[in-house]
Design a protein around this ligand. Structure first.
Ligand SMILES: [Fe+2]
Length: 314
């Protein structure tokens, strides 16, 4: 069958009901479940955000920071992938991450203007649709529909959850036509050849062994990992993934001139906090993200959407 479909029943594939029960328990625990084990929720940035916003207003920079945060950049990248099947030469993946829709009203409209009439093959979204995982998810789903309204995506939209997304977001997203992977696999098939996508649950705050099992059990094919953060780069590369798309860091969001992040929000792999990188034979991309967390401002770090065109090496 041509097009995008979930692969069910394979080894390492999560049982949806078991995953949901586990995820809800993690959400209720009040702890961050990281790749290095449980940690107390820090929340320092969250708690200090109002004071930082007041300080920025006082020095006259808040308006500029908010304008920056509302002005996404559509970046394009030609990416050579070893073993890309011939049927996927020129395959276009729009990588979006971290919209945090409710944190910055109007962002979806602003981004949609840039995407209007664009033609892509697949939209891949690496989490943080919401800003607060405990709020009603419908507003984020509606904002996503607005964002993608004028865009043509031949194979549809694939997504994973971020640390700001609740388990309750999966059903509304899927009802809106987004295929959500929670430690699962999907395939896009063209002309008898296929791309394999492994999508894990967020490893920054909701890490479980199920994420590693899914990476290790990826079926044969050119493997692409969708993970909220770069914290699973090593196991994804070891499991033979060719491409790893993630976000979570917002590229730092508030950076020094030149884009050097002050904060990465990463427990491990801080060196993979932004842009393009390599882990062994695997290429990775940590998106600067579309939205903003805590403070709705950005400095030296414009919000990004990335259009990747996959190429067979010359
Ligand atoms: Fe985020």
């Amino acid at each position: 069958m041509e097009g995008l479909r979930r692969l069910t029943g394979g080894p390492g594939t999560a049982d949806r009901r078991a995953w949901r029960e586990c995820r809800l328990a993690l959400e209720a625990s009040g702890l961050r479940h990281t790749v290095l084990g449980p940690r107390r929720s820090g929340g320092l940035l969250y708690r200090s955000a109002p004071a930082m916003a007041r300080a920025l207003r006082l020095v006259g920079l808040h308006g500029l920071g908010e304008r920056n945060a509302r002005t996404p950049v559509l970046e394009r990248r030609e990416l050579a992938l070893q073993a890309l099947p011939a049927a996927f030469e020129g395959y276009r993946i729009l990588h979006l991450s971290d919209p945090h829709f409710e944190n910055l009203p109007g962002l979806a409209e602003s981004a949609a203007r840039q995407l209007r009439d664009a033609a892509v093959d697949l939209v891949a979204i690496t989490g943080d649709f919401q800003h607060h995982w405990w709020v009603e998810p419908q507003a984020a789903v509606e904002a996503l529909a607005l964002l993608l309204d004028g865009l043509r995506a031949a194979d549809g939209c694939l997504a994973v959850l971020g640390n700001h997304d609740g388990a309750g977001l999966v059903e509304p997203l899927e009802a809106a036509g987004v295929l959500v992977l929670v430690n699962e696999h999907a395939a896009v098939t063209r002309g008898g050849e296929r791309l394999i996508f492994t999508g894990t649950d967020d490893p920054a705050c909701f890490f479980t062994a199920g994420a590693l099992s899914a990476l290790e059990a990826a079926p044969e094919g050119l493997r692409i990992a969708l993970v909220h953060s770069p914290e699973l780069a090593q196991p994804a590369a070891a499991a033979g993934h060719s491409l790893y798309l993630c976000g979570h860091t917002h590229g730092g969001q508030i950076c020094l001139p030149g884009g050097r992040p002050l904060v990465t929000q990463l427990t491990v792999n801080r060196h993979l906090a932004r842009g393009w990188w390599r882990q062994g034979a695997m290429v990775g991309h940590t998106s600067r993200g579309l939205g903003s967390a805590n403070l709705s401002v950005r400095f030296n770090c414009p919000p990004a959407m990335t259009l990747i065109t996959c190429r067979r090496p010359a």
